[in-house]
Design a protein around this ligand. Structure first.
Ligand code: KG4
Length: 340
């Protein structure tokens, strides 16, 4: 009998459901929440309310696109955390209720592990191109900036992580500060393509080991823009492409310096990226260039699997299911990785 897993993701501002059969993706539905754009960032209460509205239609749509009846499901995988508690509660409670109604196991998934497993989402008509274990994943999103060594589908070690802001936060906060809009990553990425990355430079952090820091560079940009605007109020408007290109290059340099160091220290040559910031065109290009120089095999996720999606949760859940896991019904979501 086939193993059919329904995945549910609701950790932040995307409500998503996906169905996989024996590891192959049948459907992946994502409802994004535009309501946050007006506020320049995700408003937790609005996110929870939107998940509550979206969860039933999104799950129904995922099942119908997959051509799967609820009674055919083997298990339901859901994101337990980390993320926004109110958002996570919606997906967790829904998974419990549906699991109980169908009398099938529910399987909690760590959101971080979902991103790590995005390279293992198999799609019909496409040959799977998957990294070999162990591999390194640069996990970069609005909530994470980590270098992770993945030894097996369910086994990983965080080698380095940010000690303050995530790199996605740096993109988002700086975009807001420059009056460019939200989410900042795609906006800065687009403007950066038109600018000169060598025009301006920003202070780089000096953090030991494989950890990151992004709060200093944010402050460096803030002071730079403030000082230049005091001299010329049109400075931002006249130079925004060059500022974005230079700022993006500085962030990519920081990310790549530690990734290169991690690859050197571990001797690992299969390198992947994941998380929302892995959609960044500059970062993707740099990874491929560095990989070619250093003999790495690099793996770039498809754009639709870079940001939050339930396909990655379903795949991670599938491996937990194969390992015989079954989460107890008194499970509660957790907002922080350390509480997982
Ligand atoms: O993984 P994700 O959807 O959500 C979590 O944070 O878990 O990532 C969202 C982040 C935002 O900070 C957004 O600005 C960033 O990913 N992002 C990008 C790009 N597309 C999305 N950052 C840089 N360049 C992009 N093209």
């Amino acid at each position: 009998m086939a193993d059919i897993i329904l995945g549910i993701e609701s950790s932040c501002d995307d409500t998503s459901a996906a169905v996989i059969k024996d590891g192959w993706l049948l459907s992946n539905v994502i409802a994004s929440q535009d309501v946050h754009k007006a506020y320049g960032g995700v408003v937790p209460e609005l996110a929870s309310r939107a998940h509550e509205l979206n969860i039933v239609p999104v799950v129904s749509e995922a099942l119908s696109r997959a051509g799967v009846e609820p009674g055919e499901l083997s298990a339901i995988a859901f994101t337990r955390g980390p993320g926004l508690l109110g958002s996570l509660l919606v997906g967790t409670s829904f998974a419990k209720a549906m699991g109980l109604a169908l009398d099938i196991p529910i399987i909690m998934v760590n959101h971080l592990q979902g991103h790590l497993m995005a390279d293992f989402i198999r799609q019909s008509g496409k040959d799977p191109v998957e990294p070999s274990f162990p591999y390194l994943c640069l996990l970069v999103s609005g909530g994470n900036s980590q270098i992770v060594r993945v030894d097996a589908p369910l086994s990983y070690t965080i080698l380095g992580q940010t000690i303050d802001d995530a790199v996605g936060e740096a993109f988002d906060k700086c975009s807001k500060m420059m009056g460019l809009g939200y989410p900042g990553g795609p906006i800065i990425d687009k403007l950066a393509k038109l600018g000169d990355p060598t025009r301006f430079s920003f202070a780089k952090p000096h953090i030991p080991g494989l950890d990151y820091s992004f709060s200093g560079i944010k402050t460096s940009l803030l002071y730079f823009v403030r000082d230049e605007m005091a001299k010329d109020p049109q400075f931002m408007e006249k130079n925004k492409e060059d500022i974005c290109a230079s700022f993006q290059k500085a962030l990519i340099d920081i990310l790549m310096d530690k990734l290169i160091k991690a690859a050197r220290q571990t001797g690992i040559k299969d390198i992947t990226i994941g998380g929302g910031v892995s959609a960044n065109s500059g970062l993707r290009q740099r990874l491929v260039e560095e990989g070619a120089k250093r003999g790495w095999r690099t793996f770039l996720p498809e754009f639709k699997f870079t940001t939050d999606n339930a396909a990655m949760i379903a795949v991670a859940g599938y491996y937990h299911y194969l390992a015989g896991e079954n989460t107890a019904l008194d499970v509660a979501p957790v907002s922080r990785l350390s509480d997982f």
